[in-house]
Write a protein that binds this ligand. Structure first.
Ligand SMILES: Cc1cc2nc3c(=O)[nH]c(=O)nc-3n(C[C@H](O)[C@H](O)[C@H](O)COP(=O)(O)O)c2cc1C
Length: 213
């Protein structure tokens, strides 16, 4: 049985990113895989890459040696057959948790050798799930397409073929009346949640299945 690791890099469990990650995980599971889901927010404390270069020295070449909260996630990914990573857009970028995981996942594979660029010998498919307040139609103008593509390309090179699923203009809170936010139309947000979001989940589920088929 194929093993899929899925990581929700949003601090909010049960919200948009988590739901998109879980939809992809469900797709993989329905296609016959076993899925292990991590919530970064529930892990022991962790940091990004410490630049210790322990992953460049025998016997740990290609393996992050920082024994914090991300260590079990990186170890699970090491033996996985596919990977699902989900992040919200924060300040036109990925979440800090996603970036910490990304630094350590990618940098441990980098050899700094001309002859052999990566320690990783086995490539696995990756699904990058991204959610945002901005509508997907505006990703080009906002620079999000380019930002997402830069992560996709590096994951593609370092881990394996990487596809992207997005969900924009998401419902950010369940009750907009608690806030004095004039930027959003709560009714339109609710409509998007009922009509567009289920289609995004469906797409995530399909791509999740594609990771193992
Ligand atoms: C700190 C912070 C920064 C954000 N910055 C952006 C942003 O730059 N662009 C955007 O489209 N949405 C932004 N958002 C909205 C989130 O991307 C969006 O609500 C996302 O779906 C949240 O994911 P979640 O529901 O899984 O927590 C931001 C939200 C937070 C909390």
């Amino acid at each position: 049985m194929k093993k899929v690791v899925a990581v929700n890099c949003s601090p909010r469990r049960g919200w948009n990113t988590d739901l998109l990650v879980r939809a992809a995980a469900r797709g993989a599971e329905n296609a016959g895989a076993s899925v292990q889901i991590f919530d970064l927010n529930l892990l022991e404390p962790f940091t990004g890459c410490a630049s210790c270069f322990g992953c460049k020295l025998a016997p740990n070449e290609g393996r992050c040696v920082c024994l914090d909260g991300l260590y079990p996630v990186l170890e699970a990914i090491r033996t996985a057959d596919a990977l699902i990573l989900g992040t919200p857009v924060y300040l036109s970028n990925v979440s800090s948790g996603f970036h910490a995981l990304y630094e350590r996942l990618v940098f441990q594979n980098t050899t700094y050798q001309k002859e052999r660029p990566s320690y990783r010998t086995r490539r696995i498919p990756v699904l990058l799930a991204v959610t945002s307040g901005v509508a997907v139609e505006n990703y080009g103008a906002m620079g999000y397409d380019a930002m997402i593509e830069s992560y996709r390309r590096i994951l593609d090179r370092s881990v394996g073929e990487t596809k992207v699923v997005t969900s924009g203009d998401v419902l950010q809170v369940s009750d907009y009346s608690r806030f004095n936010w004039t930027l959003f139309d709560p009714e339109a947000k609710k409509k998007g949640r009922q009509e567009r979001f289920p289609k995004d989940l469906e797409q995530a589920e399909k791509l999740g299945a594609g990771l193992v088929e």
